[in-house]
Every structure is written in C-alpha cells, then in structure tokens.
Design a protein around this ligand. Sequence first.
Ligand code: TYD
Ligand code: MG
Length: 424
Amino acid sequence: MWNSLKEFKVQSFPRSGISLRETKFKAGSKTENIKPKTLAEIRYDSKDRISTGFSEFDNVLGGGLVRGSVVLVAGDPGVGKSTLLLQLALNLASISFQKILYISGEESAEQIKLRASRIYKNYNDIKNILILSSTDTDLVLATIEKIKPNLVIVDSIQTMESEGLAGLSGSIGQVRYGTSCFIKTAKTLNIPIFIVGHVTKEGMVAGPMVLSHMVDSVLFLEGEKITNTRILRSLKNRFGPVDEVGVFTMEEEGIKEANSPEQLFLTKNLPKNLTGSIISVTMEGSRAFLVEIQGLVVSSKIPIPRRVSSGIDYKRLELLLAVLQKHCNLPLSGMDVFINVAGGLRLSDPAADLGICLAIFSSFKNISLSNIVAISEVGLLGELRPVQFVEKRVKEAQKLGFKKIISHSNTYKTLNEVIRALSR
Ligand code: TYD
Ligand code: MG
C-alpha cells in the first residue's frame, strides 16, 4: 500500500549454530593439509579446453569450455536455450566418451526425448547422456556426486529448490544457494557446469543478474521471435573476451551455426534502383556484420509527424533528424520518418549514424544508394566522426564486393558534404 511498510523475512543459508571463534579455531586446525602454490606449480594447459562441437560457441567461450567452470546461459523464455544446450550435449556425446547429466526442472524426460528426436535422428544410440527430471537442489547435487559426470546442464536455475531453505523456487535465496552449490561441485569435481537462467520481466530480480558475479561466464542468447537468427553474446567471461558473439539460426531440426554470418543481415537480390536503403557495417565484439538500414519518408497528415524506429534507439533517430534538418537543410519537420534495420538486428553502434542519415536522405530525395556502404558516427555539428575498427569494417565490405564505401577516413568531413556529393 502507498506510504506504508511491508514486512518480509530475511532468508539465511542453513548453518549449524557455531560461533565465529569456533569457526576460526576449526579453520586453524585445517591448515596442515593445505599448501598454497607458486604460479609455476599451478598446472594449466590451454589445450585442456573442451570443444563444444560448435565453433561459434567455442569462440564465444574464448576457445572452448574450461574444466571446472560454471557458465550461465541466460535469455528470454522460448528463445532456444534448452535446444542449444541439448544439442551441445548431443555434439559432445557423439564425438567423445563424455558422461553428461542433463537436469531438467522445467520439462519431463519425455519432453526432452521429443526435443532430441527433432534434433538428432539416431538419438536412441546415444548412451552417454543421462536425463534427470528434478527440481530438488540437494537431490541433484547428491546425484552428481554419485555418478560423477563429465558435464552437467542445469535447466533452469529458477526451478531449483532446496527444502532446507525458506522461499520458493525462483526466489533470490534459492537461486543463489543453488548456484553456489553448483559452483562448489564444478570446482571439486573439475567439470564444466552450464546453468540456464530465464530473464524475468521484473527487471531480472531473481534472474541471471543476481548470479553474474558468482559464475565464471555469463552468455546471453538473443533473438527476435519473428526471425530465426539467434545471437549468443558473452557479457562476462573469466576465460576469454567479453562482447564476443556467435551467430546461429533456429531451424526445424534444431539450432545451426549460421553460414557466412557477416552477410546474414543483408537482403539478397534487391533490385538496384530501390530508394531508402543503404548498407552499414556494425561490430559485435571483434566481428563485423554488414547490415541493411531502411528509411521511409512520407509527408505527414498529422500535426506532430511520426518518427518510428525499429532496431535503433528512438532518441538517436530524433537527434540525427535534427542534424539533417539544421546542417543539411533537409525540410523534414512535416514528414513522417520510419527507420528499420533489416533482419531484426538491434544497432547500438554509433558507426550506423551515417547509414541512418543516408537512408532517410535516399528516401526523401528518391536517390538510390543501395550499393553504398556508410560507416561513420555523426556529431551534433553535422561532422563525421571516427569509429573503432574502421579498417576491419571496410575490409569486410570489400570482401563482399562493395566498392563505394563512405567513412570518416576519406574525403568527406561533414554529413552535408556527403549529401551534396550524392545529390549530384
Ligand atoms: P527452447 O529451447 O525450449 O527455449 P528455452 O529453453 O529458451 O525456453 O526453444 C523453444 C522454441 O524453439 C520453440 O518455439 C520451438 C523452437 N524450436 C525449433 O524451431 N526447432 C527445434 O528443433 C526445436 C527443438 C525448437
Ligand atoms: Mg527451456
């Protein structure tokens, strides 16, 4: 109720009632068996990494799975987390001797079998994947201890519940407790564990974000429901770069690695003379992707014209429209403007600015620019600004046969100069 307090119970982890002094004393007696090591004594071999069978997935992990690591795979419900991880299990099971334990708290064993039958024809021949349908954290931990698998998948952490702890499954206490137990298990058995986490609508309160500081890596699986492209992105990685992406497509028979992902977001065989379309190059981690930006400008019938953007920030569109109007004398104030990034990609890369401006210009002036690649940030003064990795972006565009590339590094200094040159 407004302006009133609400009581809630603070949850605590189960602990036997020993005092701090006793704990210190106990710890002191344990030190005899413990010997801190020098760096030289610690064994680490980069070849120890396990390939997931998906090179896109391995890249995101920084070169494969690390033993003893805990990887959180987060994403919206229905995006394909269970499919991706079951497929990873099938990949690993069919190429080596792994004993894999797939714990499902959401689906029955039959449902998982049904999914497996879509993905892999000879699923009955796979003997080394064991499925356990359970939501009991302690029972699951005991099972892992007993059968000692080489890999564990927990789908999902929000369904796991320990009886000894207050709170229902999905509450912060349960989710944290489950995760910390799985982390301990991964380290003691030296096996990788995948944890699935749903992104909850309420600002991810009991979702992946409360766990991100605990686990070794956080991967996000993203994708619009309407397109079949799925992007796996690393948000945190103790064993590799962050912001690295892997590109997949969701097909009838499971998830596949995308062929030539750098051109996945381009529309193929577009007629040459269409107006309102231009190509830009966006960076996702260390990879460059070509994207088609579409603009549509029509005269408005309403006092406050519409500005609709899909795939770019609405405020960015407004800002760029103001720059076009002020510095390039484009009278856009009475026009409805629509912007769309083809293929469902979301662009936050400032290098797309010039592409957005030119897509609008192309539609407004009916000039076709669909064979041009535009790479530059646009400032409030209408100036073109340098962006990161420009050589890499240009190279990628040239590789795909684009000859006319406009970027900060060549002749043009302002947006107005570009527009004047293209109007001729
Ligand atoms: P799922 O892996 O269950 O999602 P999550 O675990 O993230 O909730 O995937 C669900 C969607 O994927 C569902 O809409 C059906 C679709 N799908 C396919 O298109 N092809 C397939 O082979 C499979 C198994 C699922
Ligand atoms: Mg699932």
